[in-house]
Design a protein around this ligand. Structure first.
Ligand code: MSP
Length: 645
C-alpha cells in the first residue's frame, strides 16, 4: 500500500466560495476517493488562506475584525464541503498556531541557507493578487493583468529571497521525468518564464498587521504567498514538536509516494516556481506533481468576484443534490482546459446522461428482472458475452483515464458501457419473451448481463458520485459498498437476491418549467415570456431552439458510399473521444477530398439513423439553394466541439 498526498489550494476568505473553488476541491475529492479504492493511503488536504491586505480591507469595510471575517467565511467552506461530500483528511487555516509554527520553520531553514537579504522593493502592486508587476506586465492605465483593477505604486524596504539562484535547479526539475508540471503546455509556459530570467522575490511586507510576523525583522510580515504555500507542510506537522512529525515523514520527507498539488492555472507560477524554490532552499523534497486546471467561464469570461459573473453551486445542490453537480463539473470540463458553465448545459447533461442513460437503464433492468423473477435478480449468470468484453474495455479505459486525471474521459468510458448495455437489450428484446411468459435461462442471462454492466458502471462512479453510486449499486442488487476496485471485475452481481422496486433516481427536468421558475435563470425566463406572448405565430421558444445541439466539427475523412450516388460517409471531429460518422446527401456537389480539413456545423443530438446500411450520427448543416447544398462554415477556425448558439 503506497501513500498519496494530495492538496487543493487554500482559498481566500474575503469572499464566499464559488464554482472555481468548488471545482478544484471536487476534483481532489474524486482523486482521493479513487486512490483510496485503489488501495493507497491518502492524505487529502484543503483549507483557507486567511492573511493579507485584501482580507484585512474586506473586514475593515464591514467594520469587523479580520479574524471575524475569516471565521465567517470559513464556516461557509465547512458547510459547502460537507454538502458536496468532500472527504478531506485535514483542513488547515493559516491563522492556526500550527501553521504559524510551520512558517517559522521554513523561514528559519531558508535563512540558514543564506537565501534572504534586505533590499528596497519598488513596483506596481495589485492588492487583489498580492503581487508586484513590472511596468510592461501591466494592462491599460496601469491595471493588473489578471484582475483588471488599478495597481498602486509601492516602495518599501523588504526582505528578499534569492530566487534567481534557483533558476537552473528549477529548469532541471521541470525537465526531469515524468514532468512534474502538468499539463505539458503549462510546463512549457513555466519553463519559458524561468528561462527568461528570474528576479529575486520580495518575501515580506512592511506595516501589514494581518499576517505572520517575519522572525527577526520587526515591522515586517511574511509575504502572504510564502505564508500560504507553507500550509502544504504545516498541516503535516512542519515546525511542530518532533513527536508530531509522523505525517510529515510519511507523506513528504520520505519521498515515497506521490505528492500532488492541484491548482488553477492562474496560480501556477506560485506553485511551480516560487514554492519549489523555497523548498530547494529549505532542503525539503519537492512535490512530484503540480497540476494546473483551466477556468470555469461564464459568458466567455473567467468566473470571478471581480468580474461579477459568479456562479454559486448551492442552488444547484439544493435542487439536484450534490452528486449530479459533481458529475457535471467532472464531465463537462476537460481537465486542464477552460469550460463554460450555463444552467442549460447543466440541465441538458442532467437529462441526457443521468435521467436518460443511467436512470432509465437502471429502472428498465430492475423492472424486467423483478417481473420475470418474482422481485429478484436473475437466477443464472452469463460467462462470455458482448457486455463482458465491453465492460472489460470500459474498465481498462476508465482506469487509465482516472490514473491520468482525465475525468471526462473516464466517465465517457463508463457511459459507453451503458450505451452498449442498452443496445444489447434492444437487440435481445427480453421484454418480448417475458411478456410471453418465457423466463428461461437465455432471458436470465441477458438481464443478468445488463445488471452486471450497470453494477460495474456504478462501481466506477464511486469516486465521482459517491451517494448515487451506492444507490445504483443497491438498486441492481449489490448492497455491500465495494471497498476496493477489484469490484470492477466482471461477475459479481448476486443471483436470485431480492431486488427492491427501482427508485426514480433522476427525475427528468422539464426545461420549460425549470427556466421559468428557477430564480437564477431570471433572464432566460423573461425571454421565454416575451416569446410566449407571440405564440400565435409559428415562432419557437429559445428553449425549443436549444433542444437542438449545434456544434462546429472538423472533417477528418470523407468517402463515397458504394451504390449510393448522392451520399458521402464523413468522419467529423466534434471534440469527443472518437470522431462522429455522418452520412450526408452532398455527393453530387462536393468531392470527398474537398471536405477533409473543413469545419462544418453539425446537429449533434440527432437520433442515429442508417442510410444505405451506413450509420449516421448527426447531420451537417447546409444552405439549400434550389436544392443545391451549400455547406455552412465558421468565420474563423474554432476548436472542434464549439457550440453554435
Ligand atoms: N489563496 C490563493 C491560493 C493559495 S494556495 C497556497 C488563491 N485563492 S483563491 O480563493 O483566489 O483561488 C483558489 C483557487 O480557485 C485557484 O486555484 C483558482 O484557480 C481557483 N479558481 C478561482 N476561480 C476559478 C474559475 N473561475 N475556474 C476554475 N478555478 C478558478 O488563489
Amino acid at each position: 500500500m503506497g501513500t498519496f498526498y494530495l492538496s487543493t489550494p487554500i482559498y481566500y476568505v474575503n469572499a464566499l466560495p464559488h464554482i472555481g473553488h468548488s471545482y478544484t476541491t471536487i476534483v481532489a475529492d474524486a482523486i482521493a476517493r479513487y486512490r483510496r479504492l485503489s488501495g493507497d493511503k491518502v492524505f487529502f488536504l484543503t483549507g483557507t488562506d486567511e492573511h493579507g491586505q485584501n482580507i484585512l480591507q474586506t473586514a475593515e469595510e464591514k467594520g469587523i475584525s479580520a479574524q471575524e471575517q475569516a471565521d465567517d467565511v470559513v464556516s461557509h467552506y465547512y458547510e459547502l464541503w460537507r454538502d458536496l461530500g468532500i472527504s478531506h483528511d485535514d483542513f488547515v487555516r493559516t491563522t492556526e498556531p500550527r501553521h504559524h509554527a510551520g512558517v517559522a520553520d521554513i523561514v528559519a531553514r531558508i535563512d540558514a541557507a543564506d537565501d534572504f537579504y534586505v533590499g528596497k522593493h519598488e513596483g506596481w502592486y495589485c492588492p487583489s493578487c498580492e503581487t508586484f508587476y513590472t511596468e510592461k506586465e501591466l494592462g491599460a492605465d496601469k491595471t493588473c493583468p489578471d484582475h483588471g483593477r488599478p495597481t498602486e505604486w509601492k516602495s518599501e524596504e523588504n526582505i528578499f529571497f534569492r530566487l534567481s539562484k534557483y533558476q537552473e535547479p528549477l529548469l532541471d526539475w521541470y525537465r526531469s521525468s515524468p514532468g512534474p508540471v502538468q499539463p505539458a503546455t503549462r510546463s512549457n509556459e513555466v519553463m519559458r518564464f524561468v528561462e527568461s530570467g528570474l528576479r529575486d522575490l520580495s518575501v515580506s511586507r512592511a506595516g501589514l498587521p494581518w499576517g505572520v510576523p517575519f522572525p527577526g525583522h520587526e515591522g515586517q510580515t511574511v509575504y502572504v504567498w510564502l505564508d500560504a504555500l507553507t500550509n502544504y507542510l504545516s498541516a503535516l506537522g512542519l515546525g511542530g514538536a518532533a513527536g508530531e512529525a509522523g505525517l510529515l515523514e510519511e507523506y513528504w520527507l520520505s519521498g515515497a509516494g506521490p505528492r500532488v498539488h492541484l491548482v488553477g492555472k492562474d496560480i501556477l507560477r506560485f506553485h511551480a516556481v516560487y514554492w519549489p524554490a523555497f523548498l530547494l532552499s529549505a532542503g525539503l523534497p519537492l512535490p512530484t506533481t503540480v497540476w494546473a486546471h483551466g477556468w470555469w467561464l461564464r459568458d466567455q469570461r473567467k468566473v470571478s468576484k471581480s468580474v461579477g459573473n459568479i456562479v454559486q453551486l448551492e442552488p444547484l445542490i439544493d435542487r439536484f443534490g450534490s452528486d449530479p453537480v459533481r458529475y457535471f463539473l467532472l464531465r463537462d470540463m476537460v481537465f486542464g482546459q477552460d469550460a463554460s458553465f450555463s444552467d442549460e448545459a447543466f440541465v441538458d447533461r442532467f437529462n441526457s446522461d443521468l435521467a436518460n442513460d443511467l436512470g432509465n437503464t437502471v429502472s428498465r433492468l430492475v423492472k424486467l428482472s423483478r417481473t420475470a423473477y418474482d422481485g429478484k435478480t436473475p437466477p443464472e449468470a452469463c460467462g462470455d458475452n458482448p457486455i463482458k468484453s465491453a465492460a472489460e474495455e470500459a474498465v481498462k479505459g476508465y482506469r487509465e483515464a482516472m490514473d491520468g486525471f482525465a475525468f471526462h474521459k473516464a466517465l465517457s468510458h463508463l457511459w459507453r458501457l451503458l450505451s452498449e448495455v442498452n443496445q444489447y437489450l434492444v437487440a435481445r428484446e427480453p421484454w418480448k419473451s417475458i411478456g410471453a411468459g418465457n423466463t428461461d435461462s437465455s432471458v436470465s442471462r441477458v438481464l443478468w448481463n445488463g445488471l452486471e454492466g450497470v453494477r460495474i458502471v456504478a462501481t466506477g462512479l464511486l469516486p465521482v458520485m459517491p451517494q448515487v453510486a451506492q444507490e445504483v449499486l443497491a438498486a441492481v442488487g449489490t448492497t455491500d459498498v465495494p471497498s476496493d476496485l477489484s469490484a470492477l471485475e466482471w461477475g459479481r452481481t448476486p443471483l436470485s437476491v431480492p431486488l427492491p422496486e427501482s427508485p426514480q433516481l433522476f427525475p427528468r427536468v422539464d426545461k420549460k418549467v425549470f427556466f421559468s421558475t428557477e430564480p437564477d435563470s431570471a433572464a432566460v425566463a423573461k425571454q421565454q415570456k416575451n416569446v410566449g406572448e407571440e405564440e400565435m405565430t409559428d415562432e419557437i421558444t429559445i428553449d425549443k431552439f436549444f433542444e437542438t445541439q449545434l456544434k462546429v466539427g472538423t472533417v477528418t475523412a470523407a468517402a463515397a458510399i458504394p451504390k449510393a450516388k448522392k451520399l458521402l460517409k464523413i468522419a467529423v471531429d466534434l471534440g469527443e473521444d472518437e470522431d462522429r460518422q455522418l452520412v450526408a446527401g452532398v455527393a453530387e456537389h462536393y468531392d470527398p477530398e474537398d471536405l477533409v480539413g473543413k469545419q462544418i456545423v453539425v446537429v449533434a443530438n440527432l437520433k442515429p439513423v442508417k442510410l444505405m446500411g451506413v450509420e449516421s450520427r448527426g447531420m451537417m448543416l447546409a444552405g439549400s439553394a434550389d436544392g443545391r447544398p451549400i455547406l455552412i462554415h465558421p468565420d474563423s477556425a474554432v476548436p472542434p466541439g464549439t457550440p453554435v448558439k
